[in-house]
Design a protein around this ligand. Structure first.
Ligand code: BTN
Length: 244
């Protein structure tokens, strides 16, 4: 991964740029920018992307059914968490895609896929990591729940070597994804997740589900046991921990 890199000083969104070129690019091509003016988060949210972060999108062509595309969000989250843990920080994953340190978000992942019938043509894995920015560069409304690697480590991070380590780790996980049963990755993901076992409240466009997070399905859906003891699987939504 990352044999070919499109580097920009500024883009609207690396995911949008990556989607524009994905059809004619080889698997593994990377789009990366210093600044995003219209960075996108999940569920239509904005993703603030000033100087000092790593804002990138990786084009993948795994040839998988569309329903499995969300598995790649877990693969990417695991890779980011592993690299941060190798730096000595206790990174954990909050379902489905937040990598957090001490309960504060340091990375978000936005996976977008294009499919023909049920096979994906490509998947764009958008990864945003708060690396060297000052917390004051993060708008006040997000600041309380966010952190940066620099703030957690107490020192400036070399972004290029972080990126190299990350691409190496992502490639390892991606090879496992393609060659091993998904349960391997799922188990590693579960070991780093702080969501399972918690009381959660998940908001989807149509409703709110409350209960205890008890597992993850092979497609990355969160399994919630509700007060009436029935279980529900949620493929996408905003997850809040009710008690921490
Ligand atoms: C989230 O947590 O809501 C997902 C955030 C994803 C942000 C990354 S930054 C690089 C890529 N380009 C975008 O516009 N979004 C993703």
């Amino acid at each position: 991964l990352g044999k070919k890199i499109h580097y920009y000083e500024e883009v609207t969104s690396t995911n949008s740029t990556a989607k524009d070129i994905a059809a004619s690019e080889e698997e593994g091509t990377l789009v990366i920018a210093e600044v995003q003016k219209g960075g996108r988060g999940r569920l239509g949210r904005e993703w603030v992307s000033p100087h000092g972060g790593i804002w990138m999108s990786v084009i993948l062509k795994p040839g998988i059914p569309l329903r499995h595309a969300s598995r790649l969000t877990l693969v990417a989250g695991l890779a980011v968490a592993n690299v941060i843990r190798n730096m000595g920080l206790d990174a954990r994953i909050k379902w489905p895609n937040d990598v957090r340190i001490n309960g504060k978000k340091v990375c978000g992942i936005l996976t977008e896929a294009k499919a023909e019938v049920d096979r994906v043509d490509y998947v764009v894995l958008g990864i945003g990591i708060n690396v060297n920015m000052d917390l004051k560069d993060i708008p006040e409304s997000f600041r309380a729940g966010s952190t940066t690697l620099k703030a957690e480590l107490g020192s400036h991070i070399k972004r290029v070597s972080f990126l190299q380590d990350f691409l190496f780790e992502l490639e390892q996980q991606y090879i496992l994804f393609k060659t091993q049963p998904f349960s391997h990755i799922l188990n590693d993901w579960l070991a780093l997740s702080d969501t399972i076992g918690r009381e959660v409240k998940v908001t989807t466009p149509s409703r709110i589900i409350e209960g205890k997070a008890v597992g993850i399905t092979p497609d990355g859906a969160l399994v919630i046991r509700k007060a009436d003891d029935t279980k529900e699987e949620i493929i996408a939504g905003r997850c809040i921990y009710a008690r921490s």
